[in-house]
Design a protein around this ligand. Sequence first.
Ligand code: ADP
Length: 169
Amino acid sequence: MTTITLVQGDITRQSADAIVNAANSSLLGGGGVDGAIHRRGGPAILQECRALRASRYGKGLPTGQAVATTAGDLDARWVIHTVGPVYSQSEDRSDLLASCYRESLKAADELGARTVAFPAVSTGVYRWPMEDAARIAVETVRNTPTAVEEVCFVLFDERAYDAFARQVG
Ligand code: ADP
């Protein structure tokens, strides 16, 4: 059984085996969580991301997938980069958002990570409604078989924290 915990705060201040980044497909940095991870984690993360772009992910990391790098100066062993879908009112992209959590847990299992910290993927620049994103995140983690013992959702503000708390119950 995976234990789900909630923390309100900055994910770059968390300690975990793996910290998940709400990346974009370029893997070369951006705003929000991504910017914060690269700022605090230092240049080693970007260096590995560049190498991934030069090898396996020439066209970028597809939406819904996940890939791990070093965590640089963060208090973690790995950063798992996942690309959330941009929210759409005309198209249901829920399975892509669920896939971010499934694929990140799969990457964590391959690494042997036992504790994983997730942000609320897609709820920032990608505009996914918080309540729905929280439901998808919590349901997917609950329904994904994994050796990860603890998943910690790190929510930036009270609104996000409360939405996740309603789902965890
Ligand atoms: P996306 O592009 O997937 O929407 P963002 O990084 O823009 O990703 O936002 C995802 C969520 O992470 C938002 O709810 C945002 O408020 C939150 N967030 C932004 N910075 C941090 C941080 N340092 N730690 C934790 N959560 C953060």
